[in-house]
Write a protein that binds this ligand. Structure first.
Ligand code: PLP
Length: 359
């Protein structure tokens, strides 16, 4: 029996995708092998990777002057890959600090560049996003980095910062493909796949051409954007199963009506869940209403001595992985693309019932 899996990542995947992968697990495309067993340089696999890239370009409306790279090392690898590729020794780079993932990106960038934190939301205990006017690059900055969706805090930007000529870099790990975006506003977009794009092990980078070819000499080749672009992301053996599953997920997304339809669905799911939380004194979401994430919805119980019981009874009801991140506690419901409205409805019903029994 499938549960409703509210994990923040690795996260739930569409059942249709899992069933298709299962049906061709031992014989992919009449090769007599699984997709994991074919050469990454075979024409069949190269075609699958090309289809995944083409679908991604179509769904995200990626302009022609951007490269799409399939890398490894996760978003965390890119915390180093970005300063190594986009800044020179001694450069200043700008970062916005909106919570846990911003902080990790900042700590890593400090190994390679002078980090200037242009906006910092610690005063609100990371329950807000900065005023758009505050997100301005500093003089001579190589790029400005921000985290559009903070997966742990459940804080999401309702706007795209305007950085003028300074390239805007976005860690979209937990928001990519959740709605349409205007790629041309960004110099670089990246994300680990395991939230909205497939299994762990694949990291996506979408980077504008003028930012490719500037890597510092000591950059590992597998993270050198030019080397990887020239090799079609196959400088070494790529995460073939992850690329294949990304392709299936993108086909599924297209079948669902693409990102505009998905965005409407995600908005409706989030609104319903926040309304249920706000409508009860028993539950509370600490995030400022204009900064609430559509993807990760943290909430706390008025009486935190009930947390364990809540989680245990939820799991019994088939609602799993609702514990908040270990650094913050409480609850967190991650409701990425693969979480249907029925899952959100089931959670809300459970929350109401739990409140009735314990309130
Ligand atoms: C999950 C996550 C990461 C880390 O991704 P890895 O692929 O595990 O390195 C980084 N940033 C954000 C916003 C995330 O949600």
């Amino acid at each position: 029996m499938r549960v409703h899996n509210f994990s923040a990542g690795p996260a739930a995947m569409p059942l249709d995708v899992l069933e298709q992968a299962a049906s061709e697990m031992s014989d992919w495309g009449s090769s007599g092998m699984s997709v994991m067993e074919v050469s990454h340089r075979s024409k069949e696999f190269v075609a699958a990777a090309e289809e995944a890239e083409a679908l991604l370009r179509e769904l995200l409306a990626v302009p022609d002057d951007y490269r799409v790279l399939f890398l490894q090392g996760g978003a965390t690898g890119q915390f180093a890959g970005i300063p190594l590729n986009l800044s020179a020794e001694g450069d200043t780079v700008d970062y916005v600090n909106t919570g846990a993932w911003s902080k990790k990106a900042i700590a890593e960038a400090k190994k390679y560049a002078t980090v200037n934190v242009v906006a910092d939301e610690s005063a609100s205990n990371y329950s807000t996003t900065p005023d758009p006017a505050a997100v301005r690059p500093s003089q001579g900055s190589a790029y400005l980095h921000y985290t559009p969706n903070e997966t742990i805090g459940g804080v999401e930007f309702g706007y795209v910062p305007d950085t003028g000529d300074v390239p805007l870099v976005a860690d979209m790990s937990s928001t990519i493909l959740s709605r349409p975006i205007e790629v041309s506003k960004f110099g670089l977009i990246y994300g680990g796949a395991q939230k909205n794009m497939g299994p762990a092990g694949l990291c996506l980078v979408v980077v504008r051409d003028d930012l490719v070819g500037r890597a510092r000499p000591q950059t590992p080749s597998v993270w050198d954007y030019r080397a990887m672009a020239e090799a079609g992301s196959m400088l070494n053996t790529p995460p073939t199963f992850g690329i294949y599953l990304l392709g299936l997920i993108l086909r599924w997304l297209k079948g669902q009506g693409g990102l505009a339809a998905m965005g409407e669905r995600n908005r409706a799911k989030a609104e319903k869940l926040y309304a249920a939380i706000d409508g009860s004194p028993f539950y509370r979401n600490p995030v400022s209403p204009d900064a609430r994430s559509w993807m990760n919805v943290p909430f706390i119980l008025a009486d935190d001595s009930l947390d364990k019981t809540f989680l245990a009874q939820a799991a019994e009801a088939g609602l799993t992985n609702l514990a908040g991140h270990r650094s913050v506690g409480g609850m967190r419901a991650s409701i990425y693309n693969a979480m249907p409205m029925e899952g959100v409805d089931a959670l809300i019903d459970f929350m109401k019932e739990f409140e009735r029994a314990n309130g």
